[in-house]
Design a protein around this ligand. Structure first.
Ligand code: ADP
Length: 311
């Protein structure tokens, strides 16, 4: 009876933990389940990545028959550049990231990485090349070292520390009771949202992938944490092709390309300056322009909006 009871009890605890605290892990598990719908074709060979250029070519995708999804998505994320996805909740931004990670296959069109159609390549070889930083990162109930080292288990202690330094979390770890051996997670030291995100960034820097998918946190952070996160993100995205679901004005304005998504369609694309100039030439009308003004109102307060973005 004890033998039977323990796993059940464990499962109950685990399940409650998922429900209450690890919403992101729940999502992860959902994604893994969904993932079973994607299969490698028998002829699939390995993706060879040289630059990490990402191209979406007339991509259409539906989750189900209710027409939600993506319609005719085309854009290029050149090697090492940052593409910001902006638009209302439910417009399809995360779906674009999920398709590139191949949680689903496109209904029509193609996604190319360095000229190769990802649907014809093995999922493993694709995912080896991609780092993912979700909004709410999950930590394992293990040491902080383990949590970073997970990005590349063959890495040395020095490499783990280098990654932690680049992610602006090394100094914080030094203050923990057992340094890098400090247990974190549900049963250990609880880290703040900003700290957890920097651990995920350190993990990704250690993994060193040419492509990064980032879901930027929506929550407001204090200014020290915010500047540490920005510095960590700058290190992570430097020389890596980055697709970011962007909520922060600084990220959006500095992106090489902005895709403005509405109802599964790219309604406008260009750099910040191009999109603003286009709107001004069009009597101040533009979807991006409206979103940008809204973002400024949210981040800086109502009276800060001017036509050219100056204060
Ligand atoms: P965003 O990231 O812009 O908030 P998403 O890409 O998550 O938007 O979602 C786009 C649309 O697809 C939404 O209408 C959403 O409800 C729907 N959707 C997302 N995930 C699923 C799913 N697993 N099954 C069915 N519909 C989904």
């Amino acid at each position: 009876l004890v033998q039977l009871y323990q796993p059940l009890n464990w499962f109950g605890t685990y399940y409650r933990m998922l429900q209450q605290n690890f919403i992101d892990m729940e999502k992860m598990i959902q994604l893994l389940e969904q993932n079973q719908s994607v299969h490698d074709s028998p002829e699939a060979d390995r993706l060879i990545v040289t630059d990490g250029e990402v191209v979406f070519e007339n991509v259409n995708f539906q989750y189900d028959t209710r027409q939600k999804g993506l319609h005719n998505i085309s854009f290029t994320a050149p090697k090492g550049k940052t593409v910001a996805l902006v638009g209302p909740t439910g417009s399809g931004k995360s779906t674009i990231l999920r398709l590139l990670f191949r949680f689903y296959d496109v209904s029509s069109g193609r996604i190319l990485v360095d000229g190769q159609d990802i649907s014809k390549k093995t999922q493993t070889s694709l995912r080896e090349q991609i780092g993912v930083v979700p909004q709410d990162s999950v930590l394992f109930n293990d040491s902080i070292f383990y949590n970073i080292n997970y990005g590349r288990t063959s890495a040395s202690k020095e490499e783990v520390e280098e990654a932690a330094k680049a992610a602006q979390i090394h100094d914080k770890i030094q203050e923990f009771p057992d340094g890098y051996e400090t247990k974190v997670g549900e049963r250990g030291l609880r880290l703040s949202g900003g700290e957890k995100q920097r651990v995920a960034i350190a993990r990704t820097i250690l993994k060193n992938p040419p492509i990064v998918l980032l879901d930027e946190a929506t929550s407001a952070l204090d200014s020290t944490t915010e500047s540490q996160i920005q510095a960590a993100l700058a290190q992570m995205t430097m020389n890596r092709t980055t697709l970011v679901v962007a909520h922060r004005l600084s990220t959006i304005v500095n992106a090489d390309l902005i895709l403005c998504i509405k109802d599964g369609v790219i309604v406008e694309q260009g750099s910040h300056d191009e999109l603003i100039a286009r709107a001004i030439a069009n009597n101040g009308e533009g979807v991006y322009y409206e979103m940008w003004k809204q973002q400024i109102r949210e981040e800086r307060g109502d009276d800060a909006t001017t036509i050219d973005g100056s204060e």
